[in-house]
Design a binder for this molecule. Structure first.
Ligand code: AMP
Length: 429
């Protein structure tokens, strides 16, 4: 038997109702902040991610699904393509390619699958879903203002609250600018030199290639050493410090709680200033629901104009796991309002009725005139329909139908033209 590939999974009903519920809330909340949707391709040139995510990162160095695309003619040059491991690089590419800055399109969001060749475990997949949003624009648009950072964070707090995920923690840091980090990196290298020999292999590698990433280490034995290392916050220049203070001041004013975490870093040059993560206690080791930050240098790193930006990626799979604690798929699933049970040779009449009722926005399950009444009742109950509507010869003649409430057992004869209103009454209550 052919099965789904490890690390991928089928999202089945009724769970898909929960995914749609979450995505509807996301669209509603994002709309209130004037974000608009962008859909970028699932695959792009490998170079985009190498530059946009960084060759040094685990994502690019180990986790990408990459292949050589040879084109159709023998003379076509092979091009290296990659399934997108994240959305920001593609969105910023589109921003540059279509001059979105000139068109005032600077608040964008995207929902879709991402691909990383990671070791699959609970909450970690090879095809997973992200909800991604970016605020990006020319410096004259104020896209580098701390007000944008605070607005994005407040939007996320609003979204999680709205979804009933109330026990989130917002962890906040500033990683400064590349200039701030020159001194910090030096101090970090110095501090690591005498101790790194006792740390894990990853940390030993990071100490040479990108010492900042030592802070990402999750190995328990390394933690006491990491605790003693210098922190970026001690090296922030005047402008970065002011920016960070302003973000915190607005968050406090609007009532969004946060805690400072000076270990929260991003190991890439174009990441600047604000870095953040929302975690949720229930997720265990994979407790980050979302992560994000400011990337004032990314557009230029991709060959575009200066366009400071800030964005985030919500791990939708983990968002749903958190959501499931309070909201079940059953509770957001819309069950049929009515099951239409045609008696013998009444399929056509039943189809006509179903068409009428569906035009009134009712959810209709249509039975079959091969079924005996008993089987129709069983089938109706199985679908969870509120009503069963009997369509027999007498009913058609009278143009009035037997409508039975499956929960109360109450049965009434309802004229055709009153059926939709009668069922709707119950559907809305
Ligand atoms: P990142 O793009 O690595 O900053 O990740 C952003 C968010 O996406 C994380 O906080 C996770 O919630 C989610 N995420 C990242 N990798 C995976 C994965 N392999 N499976 C499921 N969710 C993931």
């Amino acid at each position: 038997m052919i099965k789904a590939i490890r690390g991928t999974r089928d999202l089945l009903p009724p769970d898909t109702a929960l995914w749609n519920f979450a995505e509807a809330a996301v669209r509603d909340v994002f709309r209130a902040y004037n974000f608009q949707e962008i859909r970028t391709p699932i695959f792009e040139s490998t170079e985009l991610f190498a530059r946009g995510v960084g060759e040094e990162t685990d994502i690019v160095s180990k986790e990408m699904f990459t292949w050589e695309d040879r084109g159709r003619a023998a003379s076509d040059r092979a091009q290296s393509l990659t399934l997108r491991p994240e959305a920001t690089a593609g969105i910023v590419r589109a921003y540059i390619e279509h001059n979105l800055g000139d068109r005032g399109l600077n608040k964008l969001f995207c929902i879709g699958p991402m691909f990383r060749r990671e070791r699959p475990q609970k909450g970690r997949y090879r095809q997973f879903y992200q909800i991604d949003a970016e605020v990006i624009g020319p410096p004259s648009s104020g896209s580098d203002s701390p007000a944008r950072d605070a607005e994005v964070l407040e939007m996320l707090a609003t979204l999680l609250d709205r979804l009933g995920i109330s026990d989130w923690n917002l962890e906040l840091n500033s990683v400064g600018t590349p200039a701030d980090r020159v001194q910090f990196n030096e101090a970090l290298r110095k501090a690591l030199e005498p101790v790194v020999g006792g740390m894990c292999a990853d940390c030993q590698r990071r100490a040479v290639t990108n010492p900042l990433r030592v802070f990402d280490c999750k190995v328990p034995e390394d933690q006491p050493v990491i605790e003693t290392l210098p922190r970026i916050t001690q090296f922030l220049g005047e402008d970065s410090r002011k920016h960070f203070d302003a973000v915190q001041e607005i968050l406090t004013k609007v009532g969004v709680r946060f805690s400072l975490n000076s270990r929260l870093v991003r190991g890439l040059d174009y990441y600047t200033r604000t870095a953040f993560e929302f975690t949720h206690g229930a997720l265990g080791a994979q407790n980050a629901i979302l992560g994000g930050g400011r990337y004032d240098g990314l557009s230029e790193a991709l060959g575009g104009p200066a366009a400071p930006g800030i964005g985030f990626a919500i791990g939708e799979d983990r968002l749903i796991l958190s959501l499931q604690e309070k909201t079940t798929a059953e509770s957001v699933l819309r069950k049929p309002d009515v099951y239409i049970a045609p008696m013998s040779s009444m399929n056509a009449e039943a189809a006509r009725l179903a068409r009428e009722l569906r035009r009134h926005d009712l959810v209709v399950e249509l039975g079959d005139d091969n079924f005996r009444l008993k089987k129709s009742f069983e089938a109706a109950t199985k679908t969870g329909a509120k009503y069963i509507l009997i369509v027999g010869e007498n009913e058609v003649k009278a143009d009035a139908f037997a409508l039975k409430n499956l929960a109360t057992g109450e049965q009434v004869q309802v004229p055709r033209n009153e059926l939709a209103a009668r069922i709707q009454l119950e559907a809305k209550s």
